[in-house]
Design a protein around this ligand. Sequence first.
Ligand code: URA
Length: 326
Amino acid sequence: MKFEFSAGIIVYADMDGERKFLFLKNPHGWWDLPKGHIEKGENAIKAALRETKEEANLVLKPYRSFVYSEDYWFISAGEKIKKNVKMFIAKADNVGDVRISEEHSGYAWMSYKVALNELRYKTQKQMISSANSYISRLEKIDAINAEYANLPNIAADWKLSRRFVPGEGRLNAKVMFIGQAPGAEEDMKLRPFIGRSGKLLDRLIKSAGLVRRNVYITSVVQFFPPENRVPTDDEIALCKPFLDRQIAEINPEIIVLLGSVAAKVVVGLDGIKSIHGRVISGKPTYLVTLHPAAAVRIKSNMPLIEADFKILKSLLKNRKRFGTRQ
Ligand code: URA
């Protein structure tokens, strides 16, 4: 059996107030997305970028948190071939840049509805449908973030950093992690959990059988409290509605609450030392654990947090279909 790997980009643009997707008419006469073989020495993202440049003359920046992966079989010259296609999403800001390669006979920007009519294969329709709902989620999260980032300009007596640290990860993640507030390093780089406790969180996420880019990571307060102090009740009250909106939008199956502030704010539980490891089943299911910083600072906390992440691993194992929601 032969294996083939290809990659490409689902390109979209805002055109006259409508979201439209780019399709190329291939040599067989049907609409396809910019995609092609992953060459030797390339990874999927590199191949996707190259193909999109070669086939449509577009240089794009794909969202790293979305990958649509599809496996299928076909027969070519009597040989069975297993193919994997990885598709990314990117927004084209300059639609006038499109120039198609000689192998294509035309291109079209189609709305989601038109695309569903025009596309030939069910797998293509599923791909576009998944991308379309992902982009809608992305736009909603962007809108929440824009409003949230503006809080320092409108809130009275602002004492936190003015720099907003957005949540990060897959917007259709099954597992969401909620910390307390960014630290100094996160404030500098504007990414959550990238300092010492972030390194530990990465390791714990891996230990549960997950990959960081496939989960969603945020904090109760998304501005750095100077001197790493605990955010005040007033600060938490200001930020909480935004956290609630993020949770509603990501809609994860499992939320891992990292530390006492997240446990108190999200499920109303005090006394982290005695409640860590607790699972509150429902939609979503919550798992309470220590904040990774507590395990970085106090070594005796390390086995406790590691044990909690084993609980996470078994929660995931007991779910029938774990993967990414499309
Ligand atoms: N600790 C948190 O709670 N959140 C971050 O983003 C980083 C460290």
